[in-house]
Write a protein that binds this ligand. Structure first.
Ligand code: 2RA
Length: 333
């Protein structure tokens, strides 16, 4: 069976990566519709040898026969158009944060909670990039050792802000003032991703806290500090975990090595550990620096790296769409 697929936000960095991943994974597409703002409408994008004209996203965009719509066009556009698409029977996989914490909207990382995809009511949410890579190692560890608390410290690439973030770093390295970030990002670290909330967290930090609990379906104690660093691609996350149960560190390494989509890179004698420069363009999550945290009972430190545009956004979204078509027994998605 082949499917009619729409991409909303087709000309953005994630939108363009959707196309790359769909082609690489040979997603069964019958017709492909590319949608974007009026600014980009009319552009021509080649997909698998076929030139497709980008159409302007509007209220009538989903009147045609569409099975699945992949959104990466920002929260406001998702809030406006995802419900319209869903009302026409389209299944939306939304990369924005608009619906992630809404009751009845599954928040999916296929390596962690694939079975929840079927509880959708037309909209499925793709988690925040830094959350996706962080929860991949956590399911097996929670099942075996019962996670009590997580402390996240992130080192996030500027591509998380799309082309605007990349531009600020590249221009910053030439001494130009930033246009996207509040301060220079070249040679600097900004403990400020998205806006600040009343509780002093940034929205990015609150996303990691709230989304981790929803994906693991557990009210674990979580805190996060999310930092923008002068790296172009791939997010890195330092994770401190506290468990209820005791663990053997070699067994933990074995547990992690058994997780689909997770690669253990951990040999400090050979200076082997995950690095952003090695994960760019890949779909796996890389984990290393696996070591006991001696400061607490049953404490563990991990270092997790992944390409924030691929596994952190486009690939995870396409993998959700693959779950839908794989589980589709000829009925509705
Ligand atoms: C960022 N996670 O890195 C956010 C959105 N992609 O900016």
């Amino acid at each position: 069976k082949k499917y009619n697929v729409a991409i909303a936000g087709a000309t953005g960095l994630v939108g363009q990566t959707f196309l790359q991943v769909l082609e690489e994974r040979k997603f069964p597409i019958k017709n492909l519709y590319l949608m974007a703002s009026s600014r980009s409408a009319g552009e021509i994008i080649n997909y698998r040898g076929k030139n497709i004209i980008v159409e302007e996203l509007n209220e009538n965009s989903f009147d045609k026969e569409i099975d699945i719509a992949l959104f990466s066009a920002g929260g406001e556009v998702s809030k406006k158009f995802s419900p319209i698409a869903a009302s026409k029977g389209v299944v939306v996989v939304d990369n924005s944060s608009a619906f992630r914490m809404v009751e009845g909207v599954p928040l999916i990382v296929p390596e962690v909670n694939p079975e929840e995809v079927w509880s959708h009511n037309g909209i499925i949410a793709n988690p925040n990039c830094s959350t996706i890579q962080s929860v991949v190692p956590l399911k097996v560890l929670d099942e075996k050792y019962k996670i009590k608390r997580i402390v996240y410290s992130t080192y996030q690439a500027v591509s998380g802000s799309g082309f605007a973030g990349i531009k600020d770093l590249e221009n910053g390295l030439k001494g130009k003032a930033p246009e996207n970030y509040p301060h220079p990002i070249a040679g600097n670290c900004l403990p400020h991703i998205d806006v600040f909330l009343e509780n002093g967290n940034t929205k990015e930090e609150q996303k990691m806290i709230d989304e981790t609990k929803k994906i693991l379906s557990k009210d674990i104690r979580v805190t996060a500090t999310c930092v923008r660093v002068p790296v172009l691609h791939s997010h890195s996350v330092s994770m401190n975990l506290e468990f209820e149960k005791q663990f053997d560190i070699e067994q933990v390494r074995k547990d992690l090595a058994g997780v689909k989509g997770l690669i253990v890179e951990d040999d400090i004698k050979e200076n082997i550990y995950p690095m952003a420069v090695n994960s760019k363009g890949k779909d796996e999550v890389f984990v290393g620096r696996v070591r006991r945290d001696e400061s607490v009972e049953n404490g563990l430190n991990l270092w997790v790296v992944a390409d924030n545009i691929r596994k952190g956004a486009a690939t995870n979204t396409v993998q959700i769409a693959e779950l839908l078509v794989a589980g589709n027994k000829g009925g509705n998605l």
